[in-house]
Design a binder for this molecule. Structure first.
Ligand code: 4AD
Ligand code: MG
Length: 434
């Protein structure tokens, strides 16, 4: 068989394909032989098709050899498309020739294995239908987010991941030895995006962020993909408008572009299409009052935990912006509110139905004295932020931005149980291999 041209397996299911000859190649999903006939399910990136092989067409030795190919072995098949109501999708490929590319060793993954085993074998487990569907949706989601940002004239930037200071709080930064000096894996690209703002005004980055949080929860990874946007001349109201439009755009794009994947994962496209701005906005102060009336032990000034966040959206099919947090519980760079100096111009976007935080957003503090005051309160040496203060000295303009956890968004969209299901090689406190 000449390796010059192969057909996508999906072609077997086009209306006019019946009776035509196809050449396909891919991986064996499952195989058996019965009464001297081979029944194979062969998968490529476009789908899978049943392949049948008979002795009179292939010869005894080929039947024998192919019957020893293991699950996830690789094959090339030439055959004729035929209707068969018993085959998946109602079609099969009746083989005239089969070439074994790799017969494969016995595949170690099958049903009813422990989660730990599957994580040890993650490099192979990612071939499962649920993982395949998830990472296809993730690719479409990233493409859609980039499309939206291009439409909005926001420019993609490439900030560093190796940095000399921690931006979100020292205790959760991964520290490493950078040629004898301390280095930190980036927790956020924000400070670099702020620097890129004066020349470009509207910028974003899609880069990994790292958090050395020991918390073992279904919503935390130690490495995640962070979409961060920074906009010049932007206030909180405009920023939240931008976020809700982007969120709804992403939901619609996934609903429109991924019906088979959503079906595979049991998720309804209509629920995604039903996400419509404007999203409700609730101040932290109002949330504390509401939670207190529901019996939560909350008091003004304390950060809300995941149980409180959950309670705020449990009944809502739409996301919710929680705004104007106490200044003390938030990052040093957030803008102090003009009408209430105890709060900052910031918002978290909470996913529907108790999902919790997906986006963290704020206007940025432009006053160096306020920045210094917060760093001192946090016992952080301002010296390493000297370059950041320069940004406040040269063309300091109002600006705002946000960070969205891509795996958090995907986990909500697909209703996956655990955030590690939304990334091929999850990094958690207990695991950084494979
Ligand atoms: O709220 P965070 O910490 O905000 C920032 O880092 C800002 N500097 C971003 C910015 O304004 N440019 O993180 C932003 C988002 C969170 O809302 C959450 O979705 C996600 O990042 N995130 C995580 N995702 C997975 N695992 C973790 N450990 C995460 N920590 C934060
Ligand atoms: Mg946050």
């Amino acid at each position: 068989m000449s390796p010059t041209r192969f057909d996508p397996i999906a072609r077997a299911f086009q209306p006019e394909a019946v009776g035509s000859t196809l050449r396909v190649r891919g991986w064996l999903q499952k195989g058996r032989s019965s009464g001297g006939i081979l029944f194979l399910l062969v998968r490529d990136r476009t789908g899978s098709v049943q392949v049948t092989g008979k002795k009179d067409a292939l010869g005894e030795s080929v039947i024998e050899a192919v019957s020893h190919v293991q699950v996830e072995g690789a094959l090339e098949v030439e055959g004729t498309v035929a209707l068969d109501p018993r085959a998946p999708g109602g079609r099969e490929l009746r083989a005239r020739a089969i070439r074994i590319v790799d017969a494969g060793a016995p595949f170690p993954i099958f049903t009813e294995q422990t989660e730990e085993f599957l994580l040890d074998k993650r490099h192979l487990a990612i071939r499962s239908v649920d993982h395949v569907a998830t990472f296809r949706v993730k690719a479409q989601l990233l493409a859609a987010l980039r499309e939206f940002l291009a439409q909005e004239e926001v420019l993609e930037m490439t900030p560093p991941v190796l940095t000399g200071n921690s931006a979100e709080g020292g205790s959760e930064a991964f520290e490493f030895d950078y040629f004898g000096r301390p280095g930190y894996l980036s927790q956020t690209a924000q400070l670099y995006l702020e620097a890129l703002l004066a020349p470009h005004e509207r910028v974003y980055a899609l880069t990994p962020s790292f958090r050395a949080e020991k918390s073992r929860t279904p919503r935390h990874l130690t490495e995640y993909l962070h979409l961060e946007v920074e906009l010049a001349w932007c206030d909180l109201d405009e920023l939240l408008g931008f976020i809700e439009r982007m969120f709804a755009f992403a939901c619609r794009a996934v609903a429109d572009r991924c019906p088979p994947e959503l079906a595979q994962l049991g998720r309804s496209a209509d629920e995604l299409r039903a996400i419509r701005p404007p999203f409700a906005r609730l101040t932290y102060s109002a949330a504390v009052e509401r939670l207190a009336s529901q019996g939560f032990p909350v008091s003004w000034g304390k950060d809300l935990g995941s149980a409180e966040e959950r309670a705020l959206t449990l009944e809502s099919p739409q996301p919710l912006f929680l705004t104007h947090f106490p200044r003390e519980v938030k990052a040093f760079y957030m803008l102090q509110s003009a009408d209430d100096p105890r709060t900052v111009e910031a918002a978290d976007l909470l996913g529907p139905e108790g999902f919790g935080e997906i986006v963290g957003a704020s206007c940025r503090e432009t006053n160096i004295e306020h920045l210094l005051e917060r760093l001192r309160q946090m016992n952080v040496d301002p010296a390493s932020y000297e370059w950041y203060f320069d940004l406040r000295r040269h063309g300091n303009v109002p600006h705002a931005g946000f960070g969205l956890g891509v795996e958090r968004l995907l986990r909500w969209m697909l209703r996956r149980d655990h955030i590690r299901d939304t990334t091929p090689f999850p990094r958690t406190p207990s695991r950084h291999t494979p």
